[in-house]
Design a binder for this molecule. Structure first.
Ligand code: EPZ
Length: 421
Protein backbone atom coordinates (compact mmCIF):
# COMPACT_ATOMS: atom_id res chain seq x y z
CA UNK A 1 0.00 0.00 0.00
CA UNK A 2 1.28 3.48 -0.82
CA UNK A 3 2.48 5.94 1.79
CA UNK A 4 3.11 9.66 1.49
CA UNK A 5 6.14 11.29 3.12
CA UNK A 6 5.85 15.00 3.90
CA UNK A 7 8.75 17.06 5.25
CA UNK A 8 8.24 20.51 6.78
CA UNK A 9 9.76 22.86 4.25
CA UNK A 10 8.70 26.45 5.02
CA UNK A 11 6.35 28.77 3.20
CA UNK A 12 4.33 27.74 0.14
CA UNK A 13 3.83 29.98 -2.86
CA UNK A 14 2.24 29.61 -6.28
CA UNK A 15 -1.01 28.50 -7.90
CA UNK A 16 -3.30 25.48 -7.42
CA UNK A 17 -5.89 24.52 -10.06
CA UNK A 18 -9.12 23.39 -8.36
CA UNK A 19 -10.70 20.31 -9.91
CA UNK A 20 -14.38 19.49 -10.44
CA UNK A 21 -16.26 18.50 -7.29
CA UNK A 22 -16.19 14.80 -6.35
CA UNK A 23 -19.50 15.13 -4.52
CA UNK A 24 -21.17 16.83 -7.46
CA UNK A 25 -19.83 14.30 -9.95
CA UNK A 26 -21.03 11.35 -7.84
CA UNK A 27 -24.62 12.57 -8.11
CA UNK A 28 -24.44 13.87 -11.68
CA UNK A 29 -23.26 10.49 -12.99
CA UNK A 30 -26.32 8.46 -11.81
CA UNK A 31 -28.53 11.12 -13.48
CA UNK A 32 -27.69 9.41 -16.77
CA UNK A 33 -30.09 6.63 -15.72
CA UNK A 34 -32.99 9.08 -16.07
CA UNK A 35 -32.63 9.38 -19.84
CA UNK A 36 -31.94 7.20 -22.88
CA UNK A 37 -29.85 9.96 -24.44
CA UNK A 38 -26.14 10.65 -23.81
CA UNK A 39 -25.04 12.69 -20.79
CA UNK A 40 -21.53 14.16 -21.02
CA UNK A 41 -19.82 15.61 -17.94
CA UNK A 42 -16.82 17.90 -18.42
CA UNK A 43 -14.34 19.29 -15.83
CA UNK A 44 -14.58 15.89 -14.11
CA UNK A 45 -12.09 15.14 -11.29
CA UNK A 46 -9.70 12.21 -11.77
CA UNK A 47 -10.42 10.19 -8.61
CA UNK A 48 -10.86 6.56 -7.63
CA UNK A 49 -14.45 7.22 -6.47
CA UNK A 50 -15.34 8.31 -10.00
CA UNK A 51 -13.93 5.04 -11.36
CA UNK A 52 -16.01 3.13 -8.81
CA UNK A 53 -19.17 4.91 -10.00
CA UNK A 54 -18.21 4.10 -13.62
CA UNK A 55 -17.95 0.41 -12.64
CA UNK A 56 -21.33 0.54 -10.91
CA UNK A 57 -23.09 2.16 -13.88
CA UNK A 58 -21.47 -0.33 -16.28
CA UNK A 59 -22.69 -3.20 -14.05
CA UNK A 60 -26.24 -1.93 -14.66
CA UNK A 61 -25.66 -2.03 -18.42
CA UNK A 62 -25.15 1.71 -18.87
CA UNK A 63 -22.34 2.99 -21.06
CA UNK A 64 -19.82 4.89 -18.96
CA UNK A 65 -16.35 5.84 -20.01
CA UNK A 66 -13.60 8.30 -19.18
CA UNK A 67 -12.29 10.45 -22.03
CA UNK A 68 -9.52 13.05 -22.27
CA UNK A 69 -7.47 11.52 -19.46
CA UNK A 70 -10.50 11.44 -17.18
CA UNK A 71 -11.55 15.08 -17.56
CA UNK A 72 -14.66 14.04 -19.53
CA UNK A 73 -17.15 11.34 -18.59
CA UNK A 74 -19.32 10.01 -21.44
CA UNK A 75 -22.51 8.33 -20.19
CA UNK A 76 -25.54 6.73 -21.86
CA UNK A 77 -28.31 4.51 -20.47
CA UNK A 78 -30.24 3.25 -23.47
CA UNK A 79 -29.21 -0.35 -22.72
CA UNK A 80 -29.70 -0.71 -18.97
CA UNK A 81 -30.45 -4.40 -18.50
CA UNK A 82 -29.75 -4.98 -14.82
CA UNK A 83 -31.56 -3.17 -12.02
CA UNK A 84 -29.47 -4.58 -9.17
CA UNK A 85 -26.59 -2.64 -7.60
CA UNK A 86 -24.48 -5.31 -5.90
CA UNK A 87 -22.96 -5.09 -2.41
CA UNK A 88 -19.37 -5.71 -3.60
CA UNK A 89 -19.48 -2.39 -5.48
CA UNK A 90 -21.82 -0.43 -3.17
CA UNK A 91 -19.79 -1.23 -0.04
CA UNK A 92 -16.75 0.49 -1.59
CA UNK A 93 -18.58 3.77 -2.01
CA UNK A 94 -21.71 4.90 -0.19
CA UNK A 95 -22.68 7.29 -2.97
CA UNK A 96 -23.73 4.18 -4.92
CA UNK A 97 -27.10 4.54 -3.18
CA UNK A 98 -27.72 7.45 -5.57
CA UNK A 99 -28.67 5.04 -8.37
CA UNK A 100 -31.80 4.07 -6.41
CA UNK A 101 -33.94 7.13 -7.17
CA UNK A 102 -33.11 7.27 -10.91
CA UNK A 103 -33.61 3.52 -11.46
CA UNK A 104 -36.95 3.62 -9.65
CA UNK A 105 -38.12 6.70 -11.54
CA UNK A 106 -37.18 5.39 -14.99
CA UNK A 107 -37.72 1.61 -14.67
CA UNK A 108 -40.25 1.35 -11.82
CA UNK A 109 -38.02 -0.97 -9.80
CA UNK A 110 -34.54 -1.32 -8.33
CA UNK A 111 -32.58 -3.60 -6.02
CA UNK A 112 -29.75 -1.71 -4.31
CA UNK A 113 -27.46 -3.00 -1.59
CA UNK A 114 -27.57 -1.03 1.62
CA UNK A 115 -24.21 0.80 1.67
CA UNK A 116 -23.33 -0.05 5.25
CA UNK A 117 -21.51 2.33 7.53
CA UNK A 118 -18.07 3.83 7.18
CA UNK A 119 -15.34 5.13 9.48
CA UNK A 120 -17.12 8.40 10.27
CA UNK A 121 -20.48 6.95 11.17
CA UNK A 122 -23.37 4.51 10.70
CA UNK A 123 -24.54 6.50 7.68
CA UNK A 124 -28.13 5.14 7.48
CA UNK A 125 -30.23 5.76 4.35
CA UNK A 126 -33.67 5.84 5.98
CA UNK A 127 -34.38 9.35 4.69
CA UNK A 128 -33.63 8.25 1.12
CA UNK A 129 -36.22 5.46 1.48
CA UNK A 130 -38.82 7.66 3.19
CA UNK A 131 -38.52 10.28 0.44
CA UNK A 132 -39.13 7.70 -2.30
CA UNK A 133 -42.01 6.15 -0.32
CA UNK A 134 -43.56 9.63 -0.19
CA UNK A 135 -43.63 9.41 -4.01
CA UNK A 136 -45.48 6.10 -3.92
CA UNK A 137 -42.57 3.64 -3.94
CA UNK A 138 -42.85 0.36 -2.02
CA UNK A 139 -39.67 -0.54 -0.14
CA UNK A 140 -38.68 -3.90 1.31
CA UNK A 141 -35.37 -4.57 3.09
CA UNK A 142 -34.18 -8.13 2.49
CA UNK A 143 -30.75 -9.67 3.14
CA UNK A 144 -28.96 -6.32 3.11
CA UNK A 145 -30.67 -5.06 -0.04
CA UNK A 146 -33.40 -2.50 -0.64
CA UNK A 147 -36.03 -3.98 -2.97
CA UNK A 148 -37.90 -0.97 -4.35
CA UNK A 149 -40.95 -0.99 -6.60
CA UNK A 150 -43.12 1.70 -8.16
CA UNK A 151 -45.26 -0.38 -10.57
CA UNK A 152 -47.42 2.49 -11.81
CA UNK A 153 -44.49 4.91 -11.73
CA UNK A 154 -43.68 7.45 -9.02
CA UNK A 155 -46.19 10.13 -8.09
CA UNK A 156 -45.42 13.65 -6.98
CA UNK A 157 -45.58 14.13 -3.22
CA UNK A 158 -44.77 16.59 -0.45
CA UNK A 159 -41.94 15.63 1.88
CA UNK A 160 -40.36 17.54 4.74
CA UNK A 161 -36.97 16.14 5.75
CA UNK A 162 -36.65 15.98 9.58
CA UNK A 163 -33.04 17.14 9.17
CA UNK A 164 -30.88 18.06 6.19
CA UNK A 165 -29.50 15.16 4.16
CA UNK A 166 -27.45 15.85 1.02
CA UNK A 167 -27.81 12.36 -0.43
CA UNK A 168 -31.50 11.96 0.37
CA UNK A 169 -32.18 15.33 -1.26
CA UNK A 170 -30.25 14.21 -4.36
CA UNK A 171 -32.07 10.86 -4.62
CA UNK A 172 -35.47 12.51 -4.16
CA UNK A 173 -34.69 15.34 -6.59
CA UNK A 174 -33.61 12.96 -9.35
CA UNK A 175 -36.61 10.65 -8.80
CA UNK A 176 -39.08 13.56 -8.77
CA UNK A 177 -38.05 14.72 -12.27
CA UNK A 178 -39.97 11.77 -13.80
CA UNK A 179 -42.71 11.40 -11.16
CA UNK A 180 -46.29 12.13 -12.21
CA UNK A 181 -47.31 15.53 -10.84
CA UNK A 182 -45.61 17.94 -8.49
CA UNK A 183 -43.11 17.12 -5.75
CA UNK A 184 -42.18 19.57 -2.99
CA UNK A 185 -39.08 18.79 -0.90
CA UNK A 186 -38.90 20.85 2.31
CA UNK A 187 -35.83 21.25 4.52
CA UNK A 188 -33.86 20.12 1.47
CA UNK A 189 -30.07 20.39 1.37
CA UNK A 190 -28.71 23.63 -0.13
CA UNK A 191 -25.15 22.54 -0.96
CA UNK A 192 -23.57 23.81 -4.23
CA UNK A 193 -23.54 20.19 -5.41
CA UNK A 194 -27.36 20.15 -5.22
CA UNK A 195 -27.51 23.40 -7.19
CA UNK A 196 -25.18 21.87 -9.79
CA UNK A 197 -27.35 18.73 -10.04
CA UNK A 198 -30.51 20.83 -10.48
CA UNK A 199 -28.85 22.85 -13.25
CA UNK A 200 -27.80 19.68 -15.06
CA UNK A 201 -31.25 18.10 -14.71
CA UNK A 202 -32.83 21.30 -16.04
CA UNK A 203 -30.57 21.07 -19.11
CA UNK A 204 -31.96 17.53 -19.51
CA UNK A 205 -35.50 18.94 -19.56
CA UNK A 206 -36.46 18.69 -15.88
CA UNK A 207 -38.71 21.36 -14.36
CA UNK A 208 -37.15 22.37 -11.03
CA UNK A 209 -37.39 25.49 -8.87
CA UNK A 210 -35.73 26.50 -5.62
CA UNK A 211 -32.28 24.93 -5.79
CA UNK A 212 -30.01 26.53 -3.19
CA UNK A 213 -32.97 27.30 -0.96
CA UNK A 214 -34.46 24.87 1.55
CA UNK A 215 -37.46 24.09 -0.66
CA UNK A 216 -37.32 22.30 -4.02
CA UNK A 217 -40.41 22.16 -6.26
CA UNK A 218 -40.28 19.70 -9.14
CA UNK A 219 -42.90 19.27 -11.89
CA UNK A 220 -42.54 15.73 -13.26
CA UNK A 221 -42.08 15.29 -17.03
CA UNK A 222 -42.51 12.22 -19.24
CA UNK A 223 -38.89 11.92 -20.28
CA UNK A 224 -35.53 13.64 -20.04
CA UNK A 225 -33.11 14.20 -22.91
CA UNK A 226 -29.33 14.23 -23.03
CA UNK A 227 -27.04 17.12 -22.03
CA UNK A 228 -23.46 18.25 -21.63
CA UNK A 229 -22.62 19.75 -18.24
CA UNK A 230 -19.42 21.04 -16.55
CA UNK A 231 -18.94 19.76 -12.99
CA UNK A 232 -18.87 22.63 -10.48
CA UNK A 233 -15.53 23.39 -8.76
CA UNK A 234 -14.78 21.33 -5.65
CA UNK A 235 -15.35 23.60 -2.64
CA UNK A 236 -13.81 21.04 -0.28
CA UNK A 237 -10.60 20.73 -2.29
CA UNK A 238 -10.63 24.54 -2.47
CA UNK A 239 -10.97 24.94 1.30
CA UNK A 240 -8.35 22.28 1.90
CA UNK A 241 -5.67 24.06 -0.13
CA UNK A 242 -6.62 27.45 1.33
CA UNK A 243 -5.37 26.09 4.65
CA UNK A 244 -1.89 25.32 3.31
CA UNK A 245 -0.62 28.93 3.58
CA UNK A 246 -2.50 29.24 6.87
CA UNK A 247 -0.29 26.46 8.23
CA UNK A 248 2.99 27.16 6.41
CA UNK A 249 2.92 30.85 5.54
CA UNK A 250 3.37 32.14 2.00
CA UNK A 251 0.72 33.11 -0.53
CA UNK A 252 -1.19 30.92 -3.03
CA UNK A 253 -3.84 31.46 -5.68
CA UNK A 254 -6.59 28.87 -6.02
CA UNK A 255 -7.53 28.83 -9.73
CA UNK A 256 -11.26 28.36 -10.25
CA UNK A 257 -12.06 29.06 -6.58
CA UNK A 258 -15.17 31.14 -5.89
CA UNK A 259 -16.08 32.72 -2.56
CA UNK A 260 -19.78 31.84 -2.92
CA UNK A 261 -18.83 28.15 -2.74
CA UNK A 262 -17.35 28.56 0.75
CA UNK A 263 -18.59 31.85 2.17
CA UNK A 264 -18.76 30.93 5.84
CA UNK A 265 -15.40 29.13 5.64
CA UNK A 266 -13.78 32.29 4.24
CA UNK A 267 -15.28 34.32 7.10
CA UNK A 268 -13.82 31.85 9.60
CA UNK A 269 -10.40 32.08 7.92
CA UNK A 270 -10.60 35.87 8.16
CA UNK A 271 -11.35 35.56 11.89
CA UNK A 272 -8.28 33.31 12.21
CA UNK A 273 -6.05 35.92 10.58
CA UNK A 274 -6.02 34.54 7.04
CA UNK A 275 -6.67 37.00 4.22
CA UNK A 276 -8.75 35.83 1.26
CA UNK A 277 -9.02 38.11 -1.78
CA UNK A 278 -10.78 37.49 -5.09
CA UNK A 279 -8.63 37.56 -8.22
CA UNK A 280 -9.51 37.39 -11.90
CA UNK A 281 -8.86 33.63 -11.91
CA UNK A 282 -9.89 32.60 -8.42
CA UNK A 283 -9.01 33.29 -4.78
CA UNK A 284 -5.74 34.50 -3.27
CA UNK A 285 -4.87 33.38 0.27
CA UNK A 286 -2.15 34.54 2.67
CA UNK A 287 -1.58 34.56 6.43
CA UNK A 288 -1.56 38.06 7.92
CA UNK A 289 1.03 37.29 10.60
CA UNK A 290 3.34 34.39 11.44
CA UNK A 291 0.61 32.27 13.09
CA UNK A 292 -3.16 31.83 12.85
CA UNK A 293 -5.36 32.86 15.75
CA UNK A 294 -7.54 30.34 17.54
CA UNK A 295 -11.21 30.26 16.47
CA UNK A 296 -14.28 28.22 17.37
CA UNK A 297 -15.96 26.12 14.67
CA UNK A 298 -19.31 24.35 14.53
CA UNK A 299 -20.05 22.22 11.47
CA UNK A 300 -23.46 22.72 9.87
CA UNK A 301 -25.24 21.99 6.59
CA UNK A 302 -24.54 24.51 3.83
CA UNK A 303 -24.16 27.48 4.00
CA UNK A 304 -22.63 26.73 7.43
CA UNK A 305 -19.08 25.53 8.08
CA UNK A 306 -18.65 22.29 6.05
CA UNK A 307 -18.12 19.08 8.02
CA UNK A 308 -15.80 18.00 5.18
CA UNK A 309 -13.39 20.80 6.17
CA UNK A 310 -13.44 20.15 9.91
CA UNK A 311 -10.42 17.82 9.96
CA UNK A 312 -8.36 20.18 7.81
CA UNK A 313 -9.29 23.16 10.01
CA UNK A 314 -8.28 21.19 13.10
CA UNK A 315 -4.85 20.60 11.57
CA UNK A 316 -4.45 24.35 11.02
CA UNK A 317 -5.55 25.17 14.57
CA UNK A 318 -3.00 22.79 16.16
CA UNK A 319 -0.36 25.54 15.88
CA UNK A 320 -2.70 28.53 16.35
CA UNK A 321 -2.21 31.08 19.11
CA UNK A 322 -4.74 30.19 21.81
CA UNK A 323 -7.42 27.57 22.37
CA UNK A 324 -9.96 26.59 19.68
CA UNK A 325 -13.13 24.53 20.09
CA UNK A 326 -14.45 22.48 17.18
CA UNK A 327 -17.97 21.03 17.36
CA UNK A 328 -18.89 18.29 14.86
CA UNK A 329 -22.67 18.16 14.55
CA UNK A 330 -23.13 16.17 11.31
CA UNK A 331 -21.36 12.85 11.91
CA UNK A 332 -20.99 10.88 15.12
CA UNK A 333 -17.36 9.82 14.72
CA UNK A 334 -15.44 12.38 12.74
CA UNK A 335 -12.47 13.12 15.03
CA UNK A 336 -10.31 10.13 14.13
CA UNK A 337 -7.61 12.47 12.84
CA UNK A 338 -7.23 13.88 16.39
CA UNK A 339 -5.22 10.96 17.88
CA UNK A 340 -2.99 10.96 14.79
CA UNK A 341 -2.37 14.72 15.13
CA UNK A 342 -1.59 14.13 18.82
CA UNK A 343 1.14 11.70 17.71
CA UNK A 344 2.67 14.76 16.06
CA UNK A 345 2.57 16.71 19.32
CA UNK A 346 -0.83 18.39 18.97
CA UNK A 347 -2.69 19.17 22.21
CA UNK A 348 -6.29 18.07 21.64
CA UNK A 349 -9.01 17.03 24.09
CA UNK A 350 -11.94 15.16 22.51
CA UNK A 351 -15.20 14.63 24.38
CA UNK A 352 -18.09 13.37 22.25
CA UNK A 353 -18.70 15.82 19.44
CA UNK A 354 -16.43 18.50 20.88
CA UNK A 355 -12.66 18.82 20.33
CA UNK A 356 -10.65 21.43 22.25
CA UNK A 357 -7.38 22.30 20.51
CA UNK A 358 -4.68 24.17 22.46
CA UNK A 359 -2.14 25.62 20.06
CA UNK A 360 1.49 24.48 20.31
CA UNK A 361 4.51 26.20 18.78
CA UNK A 362 5.24 23.51 16.17
CA UNK A 363 4.28 19.92 15.40
CA UNK A 364 6.86 17.17 14.99
CA UNK A 365 6.81 14.74 12.08
CA UNK A 366 5.76 11.16 12.90
CA UNK A 367 4.37 8.02 11.27
CA UNK A 368 0.55 8.46 11.18
CA UNK A 369 -2.39 6.56 9.70
CA UNK A 370 -5.14 7.89 7.46
CA UNK A 371 -8.57 6.72 8.64
CA UNK A 372 -10.92 8.43 6.19
CA UNK A 373 -10.75 10.76 3.24
CA UNK A 374 -10.65 14.14 4.95
CA UNK A 375 -8.59 12.92 7.92
CA UNK A 376 -5.91 11.78 5.48
CA UNK A 377 -5.47 15.22 3.95
CA UNK A 378 -5.50 16.89 7.38
CA UNK A 379 -2.44 14.80 8.31
CA UNK A 380 -0.67 15.91 5.14
CA UNK A 381 -1.48 19.54 5.90
CA UNK A 382 -0.09 19.11 9.42
CA UNK A 383 3.06 17.51 8.00
CA UNK A 384 3.71 20.47 5.70
CA UNK A 385 4.82 22.65 8.63
CA UNK A 386 5.95 19.95 11.08
CA UNK A 387 9.60 19.51 12.03
CA UNK A 388 11.02 16.52 10.14
CA UNK A 389 9.24 13.75 8.24
CA UNK A 390 5.59 12.73 8.53
CA UNK A 391 4.78 9.37 6.94
CA UNK A 392 1.07 8.96 6.19
CA UNK A 393 -0.06 5.37 5.59
CA UNK A 394 -3.30 4.05 4.02
CA UNK A 395 -3.33 6.87 1.47
CA UNK A 396 -5.90 5.02 -0.61
CA UNK A 397 -8.34 7.09 1.43
CA UNK A 398 -6.72 10.22 0.00
CA UNK A 399 -6.92 9.05 -3.60
CA UNK A 400 -10.70 8.79 -3.32
CA UNK A 401 -11.12 12.53 -3.12
CA UNK A 402 -7.94 14.42 -3.97
CA UNK A 403 -6.51 14.60 -7.46
CA UNK A 404 -2.67 14.53 -7.63
CA UNK A 405 -2.05 15.92 -4.15
CA UNK A 406 1.70 15.48 -4.33
CA UNK A 407 1.93 17.32 -7.65
CA UNK A 408 -0.25 20.21 -6.53
CA UNK A 409 1.62 20.67 -3.24
CA UNK A 410 5.09 20.14 -4.78
CA UNK A 411 4.30 22.91 -7.26
CA UNK A 412 3.91 25.21 -4.26
CA UNK A 413 7.32 24.25 -2.87
CA UNK A 414 6.24 21.49 -0.50
CA UNK A 415 8.57 18.56 0.14
CA UNK A 416 6.25 15.60 -0.45
CA UNK A 417 6.58 12.25 -2.15
CA UNK A 418 4.61 9.02 -2.54
CA UNK A 419 6.40 5.77 -1.75
CA UNK A 420 5.03 2.38 -2.74
CA UNK A 421 5.62 -0.43 -0.26
C1 EPZ B 1 -22.64 13.84 1.62
O1 EPZ B 1 -22.80 12.61 2.32
C2 EPZ B 1 -21.18 13.88 1.19
N1 EPZ B 1 -20.88 12.75 0.31
C3 EPZ B 1 -20.28 13.82 2.43
O2 EPZ B 1 -18.93 13.96 2.00
C4 EPZ B 1 -20.62 15.00 3.34
O3 EPZ B 1 -19.84 14.92 4.51
C5 EPZ B 1 -22.11 14.96 3.69
O4 EPZ B 1 -22.90 14.96 2.48
C6 EPZ B 1 -22.53 16.17 4.53
O5 EPZ B 1 -22.26 17.35 3.83
C7 EPZ B 1 -21.25 12.82 -0.99
O6 EPZ B 1 -21.84 13.79 -1.43
C8 EPZ B 1 -20.90 11.65 -1.84
P1 EPZ B 1 -25.98 13.41 4.60
P2 EPZ B 1 -24.31 12.10 2.71
O7 EPZ B 1 -27.05 12.54 4.07
O8 EPZ B 1 -25.25 12.49 1.65
C9 EPZ B 1 -27.48 11.25 8.54
C10 EPZ B 1 -16.68 13.42 1.82
O9 EPZ B 1 -15.76 13.46 2.64
N2 EPZ B 1 -28.43 10.56 7.64
O10 EPZ B 1 -26.10 14.90 4.42
O11 EPZ B 1 -24.20 10.68 3.09
C11 EPZ B 1 -26.02 10.89 8.25
O12 EPZ B 1 -25.65 9.70 8.94
C12 EPZ B 1 -18.03 12.87 2.22
O13 EPZ B 1 -16.60 13.84 0.63
C13 EPZ B 1 -29.42 9.75 8.20
O14 EPZ B 1 -29.51 9.59 9.41
O15 EPZ B 1 -24.57 12.97 4.02
C14 EPZ B 1 -25.29 12.11 8.76
O16 EPZ B 1 -25.15 11.99 10.16
C15 EPZ B 1 -18.02 12.35 3.66
N3 EPZ B 1 -30.29 9.13 7.36
C16 EPZ B 1 -26.25 13.26 8.44
O17 EPZ B 1 -27.55 12.65 8.26
C17 EPZ B 1 -30.23 9.27 5.99
O18 EPZ B 1 -31.07 8.69 5.27
C18 EPZ B 1 -25.91 14.01 7.16
O19 EPZ B 1 -25.76 13.05 6.15
C19 EPZ B 1 -29.22 10.08 5.45
C20 EPZ B 1 -28.32 10.73 6.29
Amino acid sequence: MDKIVVTGNGALNGQVPIAGAKNACLTLMPATLLSDEPLTLTNAPRLSDIKTMITLLQSLGAEAQLLQDGKVIALASHDVNNLTAHYDIVRKMRASILVLGPLLARYGQAVVSLPGGCAIGARPVDLHLKALEAMGAEMELREGYVHAKAPGGLKGGVLEFPFVSVGATENALMAATLAKGTTVLKNAAREPEIVDLARCLRKMGAQIEGEGTGTLTIEGVDRLHGATHPVVADRIELGTYMLAPAICGGEIELLGGRRELIGVFCDKLDEAGIEVTETRDGLNVRRRSNAVHSVNVTTEPFPGFPTDLQAQMMAALCTAEGVSVLEETIFENRFMHAPELMRMGANIDVHGGIAKVTGVARLKGAPVMATDLRASVSLILAGLAAEGDTVVSRVYHLDRGYEQVEDKLSALGAKIERISE
